[in-house]
Design a protein around this ligand. Structure first.
Ligand code: IPM
Ligand code: MN
Length: 357
């Protein structure tokens, strides 16, 4: 099979972790006889420096021509600390999500046997947790207009807006996933307060009626936040709006033991984007210490979701588990007193393991 991939390393540790995921992708293509065609393009702060735009047209056109996008991270402290910067790297990410129609962000939360003790949560609570957060990605507060300040600057406002159509397509997707999993959907909202949440609930109730085999549960977001760390095993598929999903998935990463482990897939109308959920982690940039596993696992999701190549995806996941079993890990997930490895060493170990299996 011919795989056309756009590679967008972005800022901070993005380039280092994407390098490793790309090497793994190359190794898998060699092993299974696929032809990898990829092109690299700028996004985020580095794109602002190069072109003035955080998501240049040339990068967008490349994404549109590609079957999948492998994405690193964006963001730079230079912008975080300047609320008045006229262009921000995050605008590039939002523009990419909107222009590629990336409406569903899928973040699987699972535990890794060797990492359970790394979580601040008790092992008996998290051992065996395995759920999927499906976060709406192109609507809600992130994109609602009007947004801004009053003339004198003393009042600011954002708008949360959702259409029936936006809700339907993602809730439908959640039920499709639930049918292939343990057949449970948890819809998270704040329907006791928000009009948008009440529309989400109404649409979900209608769709739920078409899936009698699937158990449907509604949770208010505050309660869901609590339940996620008290009883994570009660979830199978969570579906929720943009902002709630952003917050809950960072919380969910605590279950896996490290934010450095969580991959994600953003399913789009034009193409799909695969990226780690951790940010650009600028303090670690260039030091070869960042954990590449979330990005490597994102490449696994790319094989499975963008190309339907499940065996390829599974081989990557096995390689990642084996690297952890062998203790070939970066410092964030290494046990105290054990050796730690650099970003490139972890990637190389995984590439070599794939070559031999
Ligand atoms: C994420 C990130 C982004 C978001 C930021 C960088 C804009 O936190 O992908 O979860 O809030 O969506
Ligand atoms: Mn986030």
């Amino acid at each position: 099979m011919e795989l056309h991939i756009a590679v967008l390393p972005g800022d901070g540790i993005g380039p280092e972790v994407v390098d490793q995921a790309l090497n793994v992708t190359r190794a898998i293509c060699e092993k299974f006889g696929h032809e990898l065609k990829y092109q690299i393009a700028p996004v985020g702060a580095c794109a602002i420096e190069e072109t003035g735009s955080p998501y240049p047209d040339s990068t967008h056109e490349l994404c549109m021509r590609s079957d999948a996008v492998l994405f690193g991270a964006i963001g730079s402290p230079q912008y975080d600390n300047n609320p008045n910067a006229p262009v921000r790297p995050e605008q590039g990410l939002l523009a990419m999500r909107k222009k590629l129609g990336l409406f569903a962000n899928i973040r699987p939360i699972t535990t890794f046997p060797g990492l359970i003790h790394k979580s601040p949560l008790r092992a008996d609570i998290i051992d065996g947790a395995d759920f999927m957060c499906i976060r709406e990605l192109t609507g809600g507060l992130y994109f609602g207009r009007p947004q801004g300040r009053s003339e004198d600057g003393s009042v600011a406002y954002d708008t949360c807006m959702y259409s029936r159509e936006e809700i339907t397509r993602i809730v439908q997707l959640a039920y499709d996933y639930a049918m292939r999993r343990r057949k449970k959907v948890t819809m998270v909202d704040k329907a006791n307060i928000l009009a948008t949440s009440r529309l989400w609930r109404e649409v979900t109730q209608e769709i739920a009626a078409e899936y009698p085999e699937v158990e449907t549960e509604f949770l208010f977001v505050d309660n869901a936040a609590m339940r996620m760390i008290q009883w994570p095993k009660s979830f199978d598929v969570i579906v929720t709006e943009n902002m709630f999903g952003d917050i809950l998935t960072d919380e969910g990463s605590v279950i896996t033991g490290s934010l450095g482990m969580l991959p994600s897939a953003s399913i789009g109308l034009h193409t799909s984007v695969f990226e780690p959920i951790h940010g650009s982690y600028p303090q670690a940039a260039g030091k070869d210490i960042a954990n590449p596993l979330a990005t490597i696992l994102s490449a696994a999701m790319m094989f499975e979701y963008a190309f339907g190549l499940k065996a390829e995806a599974d081989l990557i996941r096995s390689a990642v588990s084996e690297s952890m079993k062998a203790g070939v890990v970066t410092e964030d997930i290494a046990d105290p007193g054990t050796p730690t490895y650099h970003t490139h060493e972890v990637g190389e170990w995984i590439v070599e393991w794939i070559g031999k299996h």
